[in-house]
Design a protein around this ligand. Structure first.
Ligand code: MG
Length: 251
């Protein structure tokens, strides 16, 4: 069952999302060579708790961090630690904030200083695919419209969709139904109804689509070692159209 949220509940999720967005902006400003992913994690946890929130990921199935921090060919779920950012890296930062019992989930991939042209194109195209997908969060559309929007844009630009990792419904639980694949057929799948809230999260490799899990049981890497990007919003379908609840790239 896909849980629909009331207007009041969406406002609560937006409040969590406002903390999320400020946390992401703060972390983005800290990204530079010499910073460790543990530094980012510590800053995130301190900020989220200072706002009365809880870092949703901490302790989730034993995950030790407050954020996921995934450099370069690591796609998602990186455990923060001693990894030190270097010029030319990219770093995916995924943040979950629980505030007043409601979850906001979102991610961005940030360049560490100047990056090569292909990697810049990866970031641009993956973010664009998120924006195109978020625009599909309109009552009457279908879940397949979201995946189709991501897939068509990413593949037209020569990159690969990771099919084994998907977005999800979000609310009082971080992972609710339905799954939101980053591929699909327009007009297919469950109908999007007013009050549904989804975490839409394209995950894209420069090279092939395959990934593997590291021995740590969390970190997911592109199989061919190519760069990987991950961008995510929590988006509500409202009568007025899509509402981005984690506006980390907006004023
Ligand atoms: Mg998510």
């Amino acid at each position: 069952m896909i849980i629909r949220k009331t207007d009041d509940q969406i406002e609560k999720m937006a409040a969590a999302g406002a903390v999320h967005a400020r946390c992401m902006k703060m972390l983005t400003s800290k990204v530079r060579p010499g910073v460790t992913t543990a530094d980012l994690d510590e800053a995130a946890e301190k900020f989220i708790r200072s706002q009365g929130g809880v870092p949703t990921f901490k302790g989730f199935r034993g995950f030790p961090g407050s954020i996921c921090a995934s450099p370069n060919s690591m796609v998602v779920h990186g455990i923060p630690g001693p990894y030190t950012l270097e010029k030319g890296d990219i770093i995916s930062i995924d943040i979950g904030v629980t505030l007043d019992g409601w979850v906001a989930d979102g991610a961005s991939t940030i360049p560490v200083g100047p990056i090569d042209e292909t990697t810049q194109k990866l970031l641009t195209v993956t973010k664009e695919s998120l924006d195109l997908a978020a625009a599909q969060m309109v009552p009457g559309n279908r879940v397949g419209d979201i995946g189709h929007a991501v897939q068509s844009h990413v593949e037209a630009n020569g990159f690969s969709i990771i099919r084994t990792l998907v977005g999800h419904g979000v609310g009082q639980d971080m992972h609710e139904e339905p799954q939101i694949p980053n591929y699909g057929t327009a007009g297919r799948g469950p109908e999007i109804e007013e009050g549904m809230v989804f975490a839409i999260e394209p995950m894209v490799n420069v090279g092939g689509p395959h990934v593997y899990m590291d021995d740590d049981g969390w970190s997911v890497y592109s199989e061919d070692g190519s760069m990987a990007a991950h961008f995510e919003y929590t988006v509500a379908a409202t009568a007025d159209g899509p509402r981005i609840l984690t506006p980390w790239d907006r004023d």
